[in-house]
Design a protein around this ligand. Sequence first.
Ligand code: SF4
Length: 53
Amino acid sequence: MALSGVKCLVSNCNYWEQGNQCDASAIEVNVDGGGREAIKSDQTNCRTFKPAK
Ligand code: SF4
């Protein structure tokens, strides 16, 4: 079952589903390069990503 409210465009992720939905049970989003604060959205990333087989 897709995570409600999550839109993802990473179509080669193992958890990605048609309609830009995420089928993981939960996701973890971190700041690029570590730390706890991002300035822009492109400094964040999904750590739950797993390459599709
Ligand atoms: S785990 Fe992350 S990258 Fe993969 S589909 Fe879900 S939100 Fe997208």
